[in-house]
Write a protein that binds this ligand. Structure first.
Ligand code: FES
Length: 103
């Protein structure tokens, strides 16, 4: 069991319990925060877009081709952008800090 920190679109920070093997999208969604995740996590919608705090980026596996293609079509993309259904929680990223991208 670990934790992640998520800032919502109103600027409020949330500390969420995270279990290894879950994706970050599932953790955020199951905590009841506003994340659409329309495709259910199969990298086909970009509505699970988050910004990852810079110093955590190198701890994540790199974007796969599908994620790159989806982010190409998303709005407000930054170099810290990730689709969080593609990020599986594990010990390496315990304590990661994320911000939900605008709708
Ligand atoms: S939930 Fe659709 S791309 Fe992540």
């Amino acid at each position: 069991m670990g934790i992640i920190f998520v800032k919502d679109r109103e600027g409020n920070s949330h500390k969420l319990e995270a279990e290894a093997g879950s994706t970050i999208m599932e953790i955020i969604r199951d905590a009841g925060l506003e994340i659409e995740a329309a495709c259910g996590g199969c990298c086909a919608c970009a509505t699970c877009h988050v910004y990852v705090e810079e110093n955590w980026l190198s701890k994540l596996k790199t974007r796969c081709e599908e994620e790159i293609l989806m982010l190409d079509q998303a709005f407000h993309v930054a170099n810290t952008s990730r689709l969080c259904c593609q990020l599986e929680f594990d010990e390496q990223i315990n304590g990661i800090v994320l911000t939900l991208a605008p709708d």
